[in-house]
Design a protein. Structure first.
Length: 375
């Protein structure tokens, strides 16, 4: 098939890899972007945005980026930290006093960012509708005891990452995560990315569900971290076409964007705090992102993951990410962003055809490999 967009000659191998995945039937609709510094050297898109209507994936098509959203929430927190509005080394309870109940009085914002807080899910049964009510979802965590000693290794905060940090943002700024991200970061950069999309829904590319997972969460013991984190609540790919889901502000999972907007925003990290001629973060804050905070088998994901401050660092879980001052994260089904501070390269990929599993999907790893082979 013919892709739209552009690709610098030296990155022709990236375009070839993208075209090959479409030709093999692995992609339905997708976008891929590579930035070198502030320059967009690869900006490709193509395929079908909506399988039901055969609407094409065009330049301004956006899709649910699932957990790539977490990197945007982390960015908002660090911008507030650099402005002196909060201190990530302070307890969450300093800004949200109720969170300090039930043995969480010393849990820091940094421990939420690196998934070591012990609050990786809800103890009480939750529905997706419960998540949409941010104050109530947050209040349900306030009385909860940590599931492990805070700071003692990671347990991926699949949904609570967004709920906890969005509540901190609300308490500090008086506004919502989505509004802060739009007014203070995405808007100034002209990045077409939102957490809480209330208009332009005709641009949405609904997710195409992956093949069935090899592990049935319901078959696991009720008290193990993977089941009570990932299975409460469970929602299907079909929800990504639901206007209520799209309009909600779930700072862990429902950011809407494309590869270009993801790369543009995360180029702040790659640029050691600067993007588009503006300073958003200090270099010292960015240095903290790529310092190892925890390294081991994650309690929830079940694979070795090395976390910095809000992002993962190079590890076998994502073989396409090279060693060095590189941070990254991925979304359910395969969306990914990688920020290579040493080489000045930002890579982002957003698609609708989901791969099975939570981490390490093959397509983004092949695209990442193609980028580095092009160098």
């Amino acid at each position: 098939m013919t892709l739209d967009g552009h690709c610098a000659a030296e990155f022709a191998g990236v375009q070839a890899a993208f075209e090959a995945e479409f030709a093999a039937g692995n992609e339905v609709g997708a976008s891929l972007c590579v930035m070198v510094g502030d320059d967009v050297v690869v900006d490709l898109w193509g395929g079908v945005a909506d399988e039901a209507t055969r609407r094409p994936w065009v330049r301004d098509t956006v899709a649910t980026t699932y957990s790539v959203t977490k990197t945007m929430t982390a960015l908002a927190i660090l911008v507030l930290a650099d402005r002196g509005r909060l201190d990530v080394d302070q307890p969450v309870a300093r800004y949200w006093p109720e969170f300090g109940r039930a043995g969480k009085d010393e849990v820091t914002i940094a421990q939420v960012l690196d998934h070591t807080s012990g609050v990786s899910g809800w103890q009480q049964p939750m529905t997706v509708d419960d998540l949409y009510r941010q104050p109530d979802a947050a209040a349900a965590l306030a009385d909860q005891v940590p599931w492990w000693t805070p700071g003692d290794g990671s347990g991926y905060h699949a949904l609570t990452f967004g709920t906890i940090l969005a509540e901190v943002i609300a308490r500090v700024t008086g506004t919502t995560l989505g509004a802060f991200l739009e007014s203070e970061i995405a808007g100034p950069l002209g990045a077409d990315y939102r957490v809480g999309m209330r208009g332009g829904l005709d641009r949405i590319a609904p997710m195409v569900p992956p093949p069935p997972a090899h592990v049935d969460l319901a078959s696991l013991p009720a008290d193990v971290e993977p089941r009570r984190t990932l299975g409460n609540p469970v929602f299907s790919a079909a929800i990504t076409a639901d206007p209520t889901f799209l309009a909600a502000e779930l700072g862990a999972v429902n950011g809407q964007g494309n590869a270009r907007s993801v790369a543009r925003l995360q180029s702040i990290v790659t640029g050691r705090g600067r993007a588009g001629g503006r300073a958003f973060l200090s270099a010292e804050t960015v240095d903290r992102i790529v310092e190892t905070r925890t390294d081991g088998v994650d309690r929830v994901l079940g694979v070795p993951v090395r976390f910095g401050l809000g992002w993962a660092l190079s590890s076998p879980a994502m073989p396409g990410v090279p060693d060095g001052d590189v941070c990254w994260w991925t979304g359910l089904g395969g969306a990914v962003v990688s920020c290579d501070l040493g080489r000045g390269i930002t890579v982002a990929y957003v698609m609708n055809a989901m791969a099975p599993g939570l981490i390490g999907a093959p397509r983004p790893n092949r695209y990442l490999a193609a980028v580095y082979e092009s160098l």
